[in-house]
Design a protein around this ligand. Sequence first.
Ligand code: HC1
Ligand code: SF4
Length: 573
Amino acid sequence: MVNLTIDGIQLAVPEETTILEAARTIDIEIPSLCYLKGINEIGACRVCCVEIEGMDRLVTACNDTVKEGMVVRTNSPKVRRARKNNIQFILSQHDCQCTNCVRSGNCQLQKLANDLNIIDVPMLRWVEDLPWDMNFPLIRDTKKCIKCMRCIQVCDKIQDLKVWDVANTGSRTTIGVRGGRKISDVACSLCGQCITHCPTGALRERNDTEKFWDAVEDPDKIVVVQVAPAVRTALCEGLSVAPEELPVGKILDLMKRLGADYVFDTAFSADLTIMEEVSEFLHRFKMGDLREQPMFTSCCPGWVRFIKSQYPHLVKQLSSAKSPQQMFGAVMKSYFAEKLGVKPERIYTVSLMPCVAKKGEREMELYYGEYAGHDIDLVLTTREVGRLMREAHVQLRSLRDISGDTIMQEGSGAGVIFGASGGVMEAALRTAHYMLTGENPDPDTIHIVNQADPESGLLEAELTIGSIPLRAAVVSGLGNTRRLIERIERGEVRYDFVEVMACPGGCAGGGGQPIHPDGGDARARGAVLCSIDKGMKLRFSHENADVLRLYDEYLGAPMSRKAHMLLHTDHEV
Ligand code: HC1
Ligand code: SF4
């Protein structure tokens, strides 16, 4: 242990502890901006500077470690002046139009400037402004970039894609797409992790909220909304209330209040995905086609973009089942349109998703009978839903906990856990057990969802269903995924079925979720989904009465010709 004094308080901490972490153990919060524990500890912004007795120069607390006998001052006049100067220097190169910034009220720079009592905006120096494709789902505003390097580090260390790099030199130094290329020309997975780790408004999703207002105003459009599993764990965060205070039923009511005609829970189509994906898996598995093993889940569009750009030879191993988002749209524009007696073109499908890549996934077209456009017309992130709610000044206390509309009202707990890493696999294994043995397993004995190792993002399971041995793996985070795929490719491990989610922790940690200074807690959000599942009567996708009716009245059976045309896709095209 190392003994030191911080602001007159004596303490002992393990060797190699940074001054910033040591101070936190005694509840002294040293202000920081670029710091992200374990990911970005480079002292770039110098906001965490502190004074050390006996040293002339100030040191950065985020990457300087404690020394025996060290005396640290975190709040001396010299420190306060330097900290203020450092923030003023950053502000001098920053577009300070806070009033119309998407991060206003949730910007770490804004908060720090305010906390440090900075009321004079220093003279604006020249601010770099690189051009950007505003149609791309991920938007970068260089004028808001503070060169903290978090995006570079997250994309490199967590997602292993290295999309961002330092651009220009000297006073024009900024961050841009590596090699000066266009974002649409590089292998961005659209996971949005750089957005949720950006301290300012330099990165955001494309704003699609106006399209929603246009749709609900259009009398020819029938606006049909679905709410993804992970949205119900996080929308509450923007309102600073507990998840129980904003259950999915209230989100459905919110969307009706905003003008939607019909509202549904994506858990319904997650159950439908399970029916198709498990049937496909068992078919591939029984055929013993090892060329095609393991079969990979395909519901995460960040992962699908990743495998297509990084491992194109493995794309054939993706399940051909569309994601729940896409299946929902396909069913709406066929079965549901028929039930309503309207043309598919009148149905306008909106998805509320914790995800930025879903905005890219919607480009997938629906080919069925006559061409009917896209399965999904509009994708809004959890953050955009929060903005719509504020814009329409809907008060949380006025929302009622309603049910989704018929005839896609039911969603099982298995569908709900899709939103946490391991949830798709657990839901699939519940139904695979039933399909193989004719009996339901005890769902509480399959421990997969939200159970992956926090370090590696990986969970491996060997299980026997009936008399059939199965090897499954679950992984989240694209860097973790790359490590797993390389082990599979080297023949070190063998699996039958692998679930991959691009964002650490799964959709709960999605790039469209509310933003927190430390990136947010995906595992805590996942735990909310697990407890919702545990509290539900319906725990199995294959017992969803509305899904069964859909097969009965319309699709025939899982993997039928009609199911194939509507609910599956060819990822290799
Ligand atoms: Fe997801 Fe999915 S779980 S991909 O994370 O399969 O976005 O929540 O909606 O489609 O159901 C996201 C979440 C979501 C799909 C489902
Ligand atoms: Fe990298 Fe994901 Fe950001 Fe794309 S969205 S740049 S892959 S972190």
